[in-house]
Design a protein around this ligand. Structure first.
Ligand SMILES: C[S@@+](CC[C@H](N)C(=O)[O-])C[C@H]1O[C@@H](n2cnc3c(N)ncnc32)[C@H](O)[C@@H]1O
Length: 318
């Protein structure tokens, strides 16, 4: 059994060995006194599971320190952790992370729909996602798992891989009318993106605060293994039954399969012969009437090298 109805700090100490987890994705309780979450999206509260366990604001710094220390311990060297946090207690999470050996990779912003409506100030519609890795081994980052190196966005001509890896993500929350859910269920699209970039099939993905088990459901759906903790007996009892219906790997078929990368020589040392071919061929293309941009694009495909390195070679040559 990999899921425990238990406090995650005690649970991690009891059940998770040092250096055993490949990826942690987690969304800790908010530590906001006076729960206003029902205002988030005008929803029917009768479908929100009772029993969400909060942490008093005064305990938040120590609570964050303790669970983040456990997360650091159980991650494998090179393992990654993504923590989703609002801005209210972000400082305590950042301070706790600063006390560990974990290294910041990105501070992502997730922009969502259904922000809390306010009249006298700006509407809050983002979360922070803190992406850290444990030193000691090369982290998993599957750069081309979703878009290959030359695919373009038809709407604006931008590179799809570049755009997908920008650090501001606009992903809508899922609207699930009539379905029982946790107070703040993470969207499948968001979880799938993190799991695709930062893990391999068969890896162990852990969520310290399972809520509706959304991380576990997507991880198993994508052929990973999953584990985690949820303190609320009500949420746990409901969701553990749902887990029985999740079929391992069932989401893999639906994933977009990017075409092969075109820049197959990227990162390889450039030989003098190759440099001479690039310069000669570029001159030919320009003489045939191609613009600089078009010539570099054609050269990129022919030579298997990215536009920046080609432009550098051509510019150096005058
Ligand atoms: C923000 S929610 C997680 C939502 C989840 N990511 C989802 O998509 O449904 C935080 C969850 O942590 C649980 N929780 C609070 N304190 C906990 C603790 N010490 N150990 C384990 N779970 C806890 C809460 O009951 C709540 O379900």
């Amino acid at each position: 059994m990999l899921f425990f109805q238990q406090d995650c700090i005690e649970g991690a100490r009891a059940h998770l060995a040092d250096d055993s987890v490949d990826l942690i994705i987690t969304d800790p309780p908010y530590g906001i006194e006076g729960d206003q979450l029902h205002r988030h999206y005008n929803r029917d509260e009768s479908f929100v599971l009772d029993g969400y366990v909060e942490v008093p604001k005064s305990e938040y710094p120590e609570f964050s320190r303790q669970w983040i220390r456990e997360a650091e311990r159980v991650l494998k060297p090179g393992g990654a952790m993504y923590i989703v946090s609002g801005y209210t207690n972000l400082i305590h999470i950042l301070n706790a992370l600063a006390e560990t050996s974990l290294k910041e990779v990105n501070h992502l912003i997730w922009k969502f729909n259904f922000g809390v409506y306010t009249k006298k100030k700006y509407i809050s519609s983002h979360y922070h996602i803190l992406y850290y890795v444990k030193p000691g081994a090369e982290p998993t980052f599957n750069t081309f798992c979703r878009f290959s190196d030359t695919e373009k966005n038809d709407d604006n001509g931008g590179g799809l891989n570049y755009q997908d890896r920008e650090d501001v993500w606009t992903i809508n929350r899922e609207y699930k009318p009539g379905k029982i859910k946790n107070k703040n269920e993470l969207p499948t699209q968001l979880l799938s993106k993190i799991i695709q970039y930062s893990s391999h099939e068969g890896d162990l993905v852990c969520d310290f605060f399972l809520g509706s088990f959304s991380t576990a459901k997507v991880a198993i759906g994508l052929g990973r293994r999953a584990c985690g903790f949820e303190k609320s007996p009500i949420a746990f009892a409901h969701q553990i039954q749902e887990m029985a219906h999740v079929v391992p790997g069932e989401m893999l078929e639906q994933l977009r399969k990017p075409p092969e990368n075109q820049y197959f020589n990227q990162g390889k040392p450039l030989t003098d012969d190759e440099r001479a071919v690039i310069i000669r061929r570029y001159a030919e293309l320009r003489q045939s009437g191609k613009t600089k941009k078009a010539a570099i694009e054609i050269l990129g495909i022919e030579m298997g090298r990215g536009p920046w390195s080609l432009a550098r070679i051509i510019n150096l040559n005058g």
